[in-house]
Design a protein around this ligand. Structure first.
Ligand code: MTE
Ligand code: MO
Length: 367
């Protein structure tokens, strides 16, 4: 049983499947800007490969077929190290909310906790490609993709343009929140492709391939795509592009009574907002009457990003007298710097695979 080697997990994680491990953070614990490793969601398609740092090698396969090999010590010592704070969000985050609409969406029924924000450290992929002999300043036009292969067989790719963008912040991370990566999160090496769906941040990476083609894996060619709301029987997989950058998202993670105040109790409502592509969250709108009227949440809570663009979620907060929301449905929606916002309900973005669920998040206040 290849799963025998899987690590022990924190009891607080909400487990959806255990072989492979699919477990999310309890939403109220997503209350800090940086998510602690122990409660960071785990999304594995297969088992956790148990790798030995001293033996681990990263092979870079260039467009002419030539290969260059790097040890972990090469990657740690021979390249400038970058610390990027970036949110990873599973393509299926909030899928259960879509399923609560008029139709069920297939896949792990995640609530709002298949997302987390962490500090990732390692060399830039761009620098490693350059070291391997690739001309990052002037790549051939036909070369469009960088494929990643994980040690257990998972694979995915990102556009070459993202990988070589000096402002793209794609790194080969060996640390998470200042410590060596844990087995579940990719020890000893994983890709971090900030602003892209987390499925592209391949864990346990041991091969990087420059290619004219996307990864041939089912996770690139099939699972992480969206189709029309009507396209539920036999989707034509080739018709839809693989998900890369993600749309604007927000969710409520906690509603709690403020302690100590007797007469007019306040309720503190908290959550996150995030957009793909490094697009900044410029506003978070809250309604306490199911979308009838709106107000803005406080968003200046978190420290500034370590990266060049906005790769991290924004934590937000809204305080309201309890009398105003007893029995009411609280709604959140966010706006990013491109003025993209979230759909009112799940119907327009319904897709059979339940990817990129991002409609307004509604939670009934029920103390
Ligand atoms: N990389 C490998 N090698 N194997 C995987 O199963 N899952 C992907 C991505 N990288 C996966 C992988 C998906 S779908 C997600 S959402 C993220 O890893 C989850 O990262 P985490 O478990 O560190 O939260
Ligand atoms: Mo995912």
């Amino acid at each position: 049983d290849p799963f025998d080697q899987d690590p022990k997990r924190d009891q607080r994680l909400i487990v959806h499947t255990d072989k492979p491990m699919n477990a999310e953070s309890p939403a109220p614990l997503l209350s800090t800007f940086v998510t602690p490793v122990d409660i960071f969601y785990v999304r594995n398609h297969l088992w956790v490969p148990r790798l030995v740092e001293k033996e681990h090698k990263l092979v870079v396969e260039l467009d002419d077929g030539e290969e260059k090999e790097y040890t972990m010590s090469d990657l740690r010592n021979n390249f400038q190290q970058h610390k990027i704070t970036a949110t990873l969000q599973c393509s299926g985050n909030r899928r259960s909310h879509m399923s609560q609409g008029s139709r069920h969406a297939n896949g792990v029924q995640w609530d709002a906790g298949a997302i987390g924000n962490a500090e990732w450290t390692g060399p830039r992929l761009r620098d490693v490609l350059a070291d391997a002999g690739f001309n990052v300043a002037d790549p051939p036009d036909e070369l469009q993709h960088v494929q990643f292969v994980g040690a257990e067989a998972y694979g995915a790719s990102i556009p070459l343009a993202k990988a070589i963008d000096p402002r793209g912040d794609v790194i080969l991370a060996h640390q998470m929140n200042g410590k060596t990566l844990s087995p579940d999160h990719g020890f000893p090496l994983r890709v971090i492709a900030p602003g892209h769906v987390a499925a592209r941040s391949v864990k346990w990476v041991h091969r990087v391939i420059l290619s004219e083609e996307e990864s041939a894996s089912q996770w690139q060619q099939r699972d992480y795509k969206c189709f029309g709301p009507n396209d539920t029987e036999k989707p034509n997989w080739e018709r839809a592009p693989a998900i890369q950058e993600t749309p604007v998202q927000s969710a409520i993670t906690c509603m709690r009574r403020e302690e100590g105040k007797e007469e007019t109790k306040d309720v503190v409502i908290e959550g996150y907002a995030f957009s793909g592509g490094g697009r900044k969250i410029i506003r978070v709108d809250i309604s306490t009457d199911n979308g009838g009227t709106w107000n803005q949440a406080e968003t200046d809570i978190d420290p500034v990003n370590n990266g060049i663009r906005d790769w991290s979620w924004k934590r937000w907060k809204y305080v309201v007298p309890e009398t105003k929301i007893l029995g009411a449905t609280v709604v959140v929606k966010a706006v990013d710097e491109a003025y993209n916002t979230q759909p009112e309900n799940h119907e327009p973005t319904y897709n059979i695979r339940g990817n990129l669920t991002c409609a307004w998040h509604r939670v009934k206040y029920d103390p």
